[in-house]
Design a protein around this ligand. Sequence first.
Ligand code: PFF
Length: 432
Amino acid sequence: MSRERWSTGLGFILASIGSAVGIGNIWRFPYIVGTNGGGAFLIPYLISVFLFGLPLMMLELAVGRHLQTSVGPAFRAIGQRFFFAGIVLVVIVSLILSYYLVVSSWVLAYSLFFALQRPVDFDAFTGSYYPLVFFLLSGLIVFATVRSGVREGIERISRVVIPLLLLILLLLVVFSLAQPGAAEGVAFYLTPDFSLLGDPLVWAAAFGQAFFSLSVGMGILLTYGSYLERANLFRNATIIAVSDIAIAILAGLMIFPLVFAFNVDPAAGVNLAFVTLPSVFLSMQFGSVLGTLFFAMLFLAALTSAVSMLEVPVATVIDSYGYPRKRATLLVFGVIVLLGLPSALSYTGLRLELFGTPLFDLSDYVFGTLGLIFSGLIVSIVAGWFVDPEWLFAELGGTPRLQRAYLLLVRYCIPVVLFITLVARILGIPAG
Ligand code: PFF
């Protein structure tokens, strides 16, 4: 059977932007900016994206494109002894997806509640069994997309979702900037406080957010790259990263004016999306339309990210065992639903907790934070050290000098930065 392919280069770029742009851009980025020095945060953030995120993204794309296979078999092709590391990566992505689907399902539920003009209290909602219904519903949408294939499913949905998401975002930005008091919010967001640049925690937050937001180090771009024939990887990776940054910055221009116009706390974390902003929308004219649009946009963003995560284990099952796509998707999806159920149910009357922490919060920390950094380490070490630089450079192009600098970055700088971030997070330092 011949390998599936993107129908065009643009289709691939949109699908990769879809993977990168997610909940991380729309609410995580603005509140991290808000709590880490406002506009000054953009300096460590841009450095992290271009110096670390982008080279790792190019590494993944090059490996996938060259080997023309997904994570498990690609790692085995790099060296028989790395097959297990590939499987660890696939398991981490699946675990992240299992709880990312829970957040996606909350967002889907909120967009429906706003559309029906039936606002809910966050604690009452998560304490009920509604989240289970929405967890299955959003999971089914992701499942149906991946089951339809690279071209008919992932590429097709990305072509619709990305332009639509941008349109809604621009509308919301214009509306937000038109609120009285908006200028104060923009000033808070963009006025740099350079004194914070000496704070290592601000830098750690920037690294964490850059890796999370670009979806690098998860094998997603490796898998997406394996459906490419020939491509200019440097140009493609730059377009993906710049689009991801642009959407995150725009999201801040929507959130801060609202937060300031309505005098609420910009650093409220999870509560910002599910408690603070809903209360702002409810007190505004056209609030139910705005609330519906905002949560629909978040859901679209989450959907294409979740699709890209599901594709990683599905592609590995297809490429390793020769399963047809439909059967592979069903099998993997079944496992992910089972893995996600404890997170989806953790705030209900069942009170699923471990060491006094709800399982959802624990998954967020163990898989979404530590797992994500750990998998980035695996990718940068296996692909950076054990791939033949000759074919890597043939994929990436560039001058010999640039190539040497690149190797230095992916072999030394990126693993060291990831390692330090991992240790900082384990010691409980809030880095991002
Ligand atoms: N990049 C996504 C976001 O910004 O929300 C999140 C994400 C997707 C993280 C896929 C990790 C991942 F594997």
